[in-house]
Design a protein around this ligand. Structure first.
Ligand SMILES: Cc1ncc(COP(=O)(O)O)c(C=O)c1O
Length: 399
């Protein structure tokens, strides 16, 4: 028998998997992970461990024997708590039947994509966008139809006419990440209404990622500090699927637990996808998530305040540099800044790791419009953020 070379093995897998480029975020992490003294601002997470009461609830459930297969859609108790959590911040009413527990926001995205689009079809998405939307689309043979965001006078905006023009016969959905990763841009209520109307007119779905909705620094929305939402302007039973996660609000990125909100009618279809993908999320982890929803509000508010203070520090430090431009955006916890003359953001990211010992993400990995920028996750403890900014501004001054 002939020995198969690595190239021969790889050439035998699906072309869409072979062709997909690596995420530049991972390329940066793989280059610098574990370096002594490196300050990691490359992925979207803060410095705090999951609060103890959440860990205790999960570990108690595990020791109490919640170690068996469980509900595919999620524990009824957790789904009811998700409905109650939504009632506090968005216009309801919300029934538990609308909520589905997933393996992180990432699996909620996978479920939504599997629900909505087939090979050869398209999903409209403004760009720059977090690569974990267009990446899995391409891997499924679905084309991300990018709508380049406009960056003028240090401000990002969405060209609604261009978005409308990008909807065609193959379009199945419009995907909107707001607040945006990576640019922090937040869709206004008017933007959301316009997109809703486009979707209604074309008979396509809206895929709404509102993972960062609580990290919002703009004006209050109806007295509640959270970003404008499709929930403000859409009917509960129209074609909208919401992606969300426990990762950010409650510092649970390593848990891999999130949720999806969809019209009740999709329940059996979503249950089937979960069954055939992961067969559900560990029951004991769901008990941790339940504790987060029931007792975690103080922690969320503390993290939002921390993000707000970090945002001000970053704006102050980068704002002093003549060769750097950025919008002090209203949402999420990223600074997406452009460096004059930069044409290779991955190369710059690797050099900043080597020369300044700070980990960032390359703008080019976020798709059209992202090259020339770098992304910094600024949710950090104040001392290490200060130190990162000293190192980074020194590097940028000589860039
Ligand atoms: C916009 C956006 N959506 C979804 C997610 C998924 O979150 P997770 O899979 O970590 O729960 C992230 C994580 O960074 C994100 O930035």
């Amino acid at each position: 028998m002939t020995t198969l070379t690595p190239d021969m093995l790889v050439s035998g897998i699906r072309q869409s998997q072979r062709d997909e480029p690596d995420s530049g975020i991972l390329s940066a992490v793989n280059h610098g992970f574990g370096r002594k003294g490196l300050i990691p601002l490359w992925t979207g997470e803060g410095p705090l461990q999951t609060p103890e009461f959440i860990c205790q609830a999960a570990s108690k459930a595990m020791f109490d024997g919640e170690t068996f297969y469980t509900w595919q859609r999620g524990l009824p108790q957790l789904r009811a708590a998700l409905a109650a959590y939504h009632e506090k911040f968005w216009p309801g009413p919300f029934s538990a039947e609308r909520f589905f527990v997933t393996g992180g926001g990432m699996q909620a995205i996978q479920v939504a994509l599997q629900l909505l689009a087939d090979k050869g079809e398209e999903i409209v998405i403004p760009s720059p966008a977090w690569p974990n939307f267009p990446g899995p689309m391409r891997m499924m043979g679905v084309k991300p139809a990018f709508v380049p965001m406009l960056y003028n006078d240090r401000k990002w905006s969405l060209d609604l006419d261009r978005m409308r023009d990008s909807i065609g016969p193959k379009t199945r959905a419009i995907c909107l990440i707001s607040p945006s990763n990576p640019i922090g841009w937040v869709a206004s209520r008017e933007d959301l209404i316009a997109i809703r109307d486009m979707a209604r007119e074309a008979g396509v779905w809206i895929l709404a990622d509102e993972v960062y909705s609580r990290f919002y620094y703009g004006p209050d929305t109806a007295g509640v500090a959270r970003s404008p939402s499709f929930m403000d302007v859409c009917d509960p039973d129209e074609r909208v699927i919401y992606i969300n996660t426990f990762s950010k609000n409650w510092a649970m990125t390593g848990w891999r637990i999130g949720w999806l909100q969809a019209p009740e009618a999709l329940g059996p279809a979503i249950e089937r996808i979960i069954q055939y993908n992961t067969s559900g999320t560990a029951a004991f982890m769901q008990k941790g998530a339940l504790a987060a929803l029931e007792n975690g509000e103080d922690f969320v508010e503390m993290q939002i305040e921390m993000a707000r203070a970090c945002r001000a520090k970053v704006a102050g430090a980068l704002g002093q540099l003549n060769n750097v431009s950025f919008e002090n955006a209203q949402g999420a916890f990223y600074s997406f800044f452009r460096i004059d003359g930069l044409i290779d953001s991955l190369g710059a990211t690797l050099r900043i790791i080597d020369e300044a010992n700070v980990g960032l993400a390359p703008g080019g990995t976020f798709g059209p419009g992202g090259e020339g920028f770098l992304r910094m996750c600024y949710l950090r403890d104040p001392d290490s953020l200060d130190e990162a900014l000293v190192r980074l501004t020194a590097w940028l001054r000589q860039a």
